[in-house]
Ligand binder design. Structure first.
Ligand code: HEC
Length: 126
C-alpha cells in the first residue's frame, strides 16, 4: 500500500455517479472553478479573488490520479479550503470522477466524438 492519492475510484464509475458528481460540482465548485473547470468563473471575472484557481487542463493537474482531486476536496490546498465537513465521502468521489471527466472532455478532439453523435447534436469539427 502506498500513501499517495488513490489511482482509481474506490466506487464503480457509472452514469449515476457522474451525474451526481456534476450536480455537486456545480453547487460547490463552479463558483470559483467555472462550469468546465477552466478557471474562468464568475468570481474570477469579477476580480474578487487574490489567488486564482488553476485550470484543470494544466499539465500538472492532467497528470494527477483521480484520488488527488478527492484529497484536494477533502483537505483543501494552500488557499483553497477543505470541504470534508460539508461534502460526504461518496459525493467527494463523485465530484473527483466528474473533475476527471471534465478534463477528458476539455482536452478531447472533436474527431474523437463518434460521427453518429456529432450528427445528432449538430456538431461540426471545423
Ligand atoms: C471559494 C473558491 C473555491 C471553491 C468553491 C473551490 N475551489 Fe478549488 N481552488 C480554489 C483556489 C483559489 C485554488 C488555488 C489554491 C492555491 O494554489 O493556493 C484551488 C485549487 C484547486 C485545485 C488544484 C490543486 C492544485 O494542485 O493546484 C483543484 C483540483 C480544485 N481546486 C478542485 C476543487 C473542487 C473539486 C471544488 C469543489 C468541491 C473546489 N475546488 C472548490 C478555489 C476554490
Amino acid at each position: 500500500m502506498s500513501d499517495g492519492p488513490a489511482r482509481s475510484l474506490p466506487v464503480p464509475l457509472t452514469a449515476e455517479l457522474l451525474a451526481r458528481g456534476q450536480e455537486r460540482y456545480n453547487i460547490y465548485c463552479t463558483v470559483c472553478h467555472g462550469r468546465t473547470g477552466d478557471g474562468k468563473s464568475v468570481i474570477v471575472q469579477r476580480k474578487a479573488m487574490r489567488v486564482l484557481p488553476p485550470s484543470y487542463f494544466d499539465q500538472r493537474l492532467m497528470a494527477q490520479p483521480v484520488g488527488y482531486f478527492y484529497k484536494v476536496i477533502s483537505e483543501g490546498v494552500r488557499n483553497m479550503r477543505p470541504y470534508a465537513r460539508q461534502i460526504p465521502v461518496e459525493d467527494r468521489w463523485a465530484i473527483a470522477a466528474y473533475v476527471r471527466a471534465l478534463q477528458l472532455a476539455g482536452s478531447g478532439k472533436c474527431e474523437q466524438v463518434p460521427a453518429a453523435v456529432r450528427a445528432e447534436k449538430g456538431w461540426s469539427c471545423k
